[in-house]
Design a binder for this molecule. Structure first.
Ligand SMILES: Nc1ncnc2c1ncn2[C@@H]1O[C@H](COP(=O)(O)OS(=O)(=O)O)[C@@H](OP(=O)(O)O)[C@H]1O
Length: 458
């Protein structure tokens, strides 16, 4: 049949990957069900999802449990069961859900056979009093039908298992929710996120994930397909904090900033997390990103000049258009920040001026510490020093040595040509105006590059 259930839902949701893997391997299970996702909601608000190619259908409750086996002893009296069938809870569950899935127990089919009694009467009642045509399908077809009807439910939305007692109770004893970040550095790329990452790690109470070998050290969980590996996979990147209250775990993935999915997914798993973004002039960001692609030998970036990339028209070759989009879209700052603000309140968001991070990191780091509420206060003025050889601020080590970022951060390349500068100023004009309105609304000062850009508009 391809269908399996787990006692007490355990392992189905919150997802225990080993169960899914064993189901697939041993029985080639294709479908299961749960009433516990995303949370025990009223029957018609429950959702399904697909994990590891196993379709998880939302299940409704019918009021029959292992111990409800005698008609006369039905909780509250037999009338309660009849009421539920004849126009009550159970009737409405079937009427309001295009697909209803129930699970009963063997004991409901012995004894007073309440299983048969309930569903035969329910079907009769629905057929007598409504125009609905009832239909039943075997599990595999049913699951396909379900996700045809609700395609937007295919992607799961993970939540913190410890937020819900019922989830916590059926979760493995070995697992903990302490290995989740308290804040995220979301990017965008090329704004100084690695410098901020290095500086944050200097703080005695701030810890980050272990590097991911596959994604250039960043975990990149919320934005892309890694999300489908599940939260155990994500948590495994983080250490178990020695003090949950004072230790701050964090993760920086610079692609979260412009991701369509990341804000919603992050808000679902870590709704209280603080979010840090860094902004520099989007034109400089685009140029730095282009240089980054060239040094990673991206064929399109090597083939086309910066001006060709940013100014490519709709008929330009596909590779050029793709590169252009990746180069320019993260610079639509207001649009992306607004998306984060749909899911996170403004007081959980810190916008750092990347120019200031570059020239006066100690002041920025004081602001960051205050925003996070982390202690003890760490004195960055003493811990950072300007390295004239590197041309950037670096960590001061013993005996006056410095630890700077590698040669791929703070690269040497020629300044942007004037045509590209003018093109980008105009390209980003409306986005920058929107950003200034947004910062004004949030009561935040405008960074100097933004003030300069706005002056060009007048
Ligand atoms: N202290 C310090 N050291 C080195 N680099 C610094 C520093 N502060 C800011 N920057 C600027 O950071 C730019 C790289 O940004 P990111 O780290 O966000 O890049 S990445 O997205 O992670 O690839 C990098 O961009 P490029 O100059 O284009 O290399 C730097 O200008």
């Amino acid at each position: 049949m391809g269908y399996a259930v787990a006692p007490h839902h355990s392992g189905v949701y919150p997802v225990h990957v080993q169960l899914y893997e064993a189901w697939k391997k041993v029985w080639d299970i294709k479908i299961t069900s749960t009433e516990e996702y995303p949370h025990l909601k009223p029957a018609r608000h429950r959702r399904g999802f697909i994990h590891k190619n196993i379709m998880v259908l939302p299940r409704q409750t019918c009021g029959l449990f292992t111990h409800t086996i005698f008609y006369k002893e039905y909780p509250g009296g037999p009338k309660e069961l009849d009421k539920s069938i004849q126009g009550g809870e159970l009737f409405f569950t079937v009427v309001l859900n295009p697909i209803s899935i129930f699970m009963t127990h063997l004991s409901n089919y012995g004894n007073d056979r309440l299983g048969l009694y309930t569903f035969v009467n329910l079907a009769n009642f629905v057929q007598t009093w409504t125009n609905l045509r009832l239909q039943t399908l075997p599990p595999v077809q049913l699951a396909h039908k379900y996700f045809e009807l609700f395609p937007d439910q295919k992607d799961p939305l993970w939540q913190n298992p410890c937020d819900d007692k019922r989830h916590r109770d059926i979760w493995s004893k070995e697992k903990t929710c302490d290995r989740l970040p308290k804040f995220l550095v979301i990017g965008p790329q090329k704004t100084g996120t690695t410098a901020l990452y290095l500086f944050l790690l200097m703080h005695p109470s701030i810890l980050s994930n272990s590097p991911s070998p596959k994604t250039f050290e960043e975990v990149q969980f919320f934005n892309r397909n890694n999300y489908h590996r599940g939260i155990d996979w994500y948590m495994d990147f983080f250490p178990v904090p020695s003090n949950v209250t004072t230790d701050f775990l964090f993760e920086k993935s610079a692609n979260y900033f412009h991701s369509e999915e990341a804000p919603r997914r992050a808000a679902s798993l870590i709704p209280k997390a603080k979010i840090i973004t860094i902004l520099i002039d989007p034109s400089d960001r685009a140029y730095s990103w282009y240089q980054h692609q060239r040094s990673h030998e991206d064929p399109a970036a090597l083939k086309f000049s910066f001006y060709e990339v940013i100014s490519a028209g709709p008929r330009a070759p596909w590779e050029l258009r793709t590169l252009q989009k990746r180069c320019l879209v993260p610079g639509w700052y207001a649009i992306h920040i607004e998306r984060w603000l749909v899911y996170f309140p403004p007081f959980q968001l810190l916008i750092i001026d990347g120019q200031q991070l570059r020239t006066d990191p100690a002041t920025v780091m004081d602001e960051v510490q205050k925003f996070l509420g982390v202690s003890p206060h760490f004195n960055y003025s003493e811990a950072l020093t300007f390295d004239s050889h590197k041309g950037f601020w670096c960590q001061l080590l013993e005996e006056g040595k410095t630890k700077c970022l590698g040669k791929n951060k703070g690269r040497k390349y020629p300044p942007m040509d004037t045509d590209s500068r003018a093109f980008l100023s105009s390209y980003y004009r409306d986005h920058n105006i929107e950003l200034s309105k947004l910062l004004h609304r949030l009561g935040q000062p405008l960074p100097s590059w933004l003030r300069q850009e706005l002056q060009k508009v007048r």
